[in-house]
Design a protein. Structure first.
Length: 233
């Protein structure tokens, strides 16, 4: 119960990695507020306060942070917008630009939310393995993830003694891959066949990485890879 009495805000916390993280935060003793653009789609979250907010809406975010202050943990796994994929030379540039809504959303969360974070508080953002090892068709994922990781390195000293870290997942078996079990297994298998650990990860495995940087008070300004060896393969 290391987080007993602590309060955590989790953006993108109603499914996948965010949902798994919330359950672990609760198990560690924290009270949790889950924030989503669509909180009505939340999974089973007994004892969790649900709030609706779009990370791109600065006014709404400010109001949310003021209402929830003070808090000790700030986690964002929110996508913030679209996700462009496919060959770069054929990519819709509007979709490519929209992919950076994730970066702007994270920027808003950190810039507006850090003011009300406890002095020994922790911020965690989620990037992705293509930030440092991109495959064909992943230019947008790589660009956005790389920007997120560099952003964190750049602001770490300014936020101290508050801590900020990144967790970088590889291919994770989440609802974004669809509900057709056979098609999903084929897609995930093909995407991870060359990994050192040749399978997709689980949301819980990524959540364990998030919990590590939340609870270890000697870790800041770093990226923790939870990718099955993606960047090494």
């Amino acid at each position: 119960m290391k987080l007993q009495g602590k309060k955590a805000l989790v953006f993108g916390g109603t499914s996948g990695i965010g949902l798994a993280t919330i359950k672990m935060l609760q198990a560690a003793g924290a009270s949790v507020v889950a924030i989503s653009r669509n909180p009505e789609k939340a999974g089973d979250l007994p004892g969790v306060e649900l709030q609706a907010c779009d990370v791109r809406d600065e006014a709404a975010l400010t109001e949310l942070f003021v209402a929830q202050a003070p808090y000790d943990v700030l986690i964002s796994a929110a996508t913030g917008g679209g996700r462009a994929a496919g060959p770069f030379l054929q990519m819709d540039l509007a979709a490519y630009r929209a992919s950076f809504d994730k970066l702007w959303g994270y920027t808003n969360v950190v810039r507006l939310g850090a003011e009300y974070l406890s002095d020994d508080g922790s911020i965690v953002l989620v990037s992705g393995a293509p930030a440092r090892r991109a495959k064909p068709g992943q230019a947008a994922l790589a660009s956005v993830g790389g920007a997120v990781e560099q952003f964190v390195r750049a602001v770490t000293a300014e936020l101290a003694p508050r801590r900020i870290n990144v967790v970088s997942p590889g291919v994770i078996d989440t609802p974004m891959f669809g509900n057709d079990a056979e098609a999903r297994a084929k897609m995930l298998g093909g995407a991870t066949a060359q990994n050192l650990i040749p399978r997709a990860g689980t949301p819980e495995e990524v959540a364990e990485g998030i919990m590590f940087v939340v609870q270890n008070n000697f870790v800041t300004g770093t990226t923790v890879d939870v990718d099955g060896g993606w960047i090494q393969s």
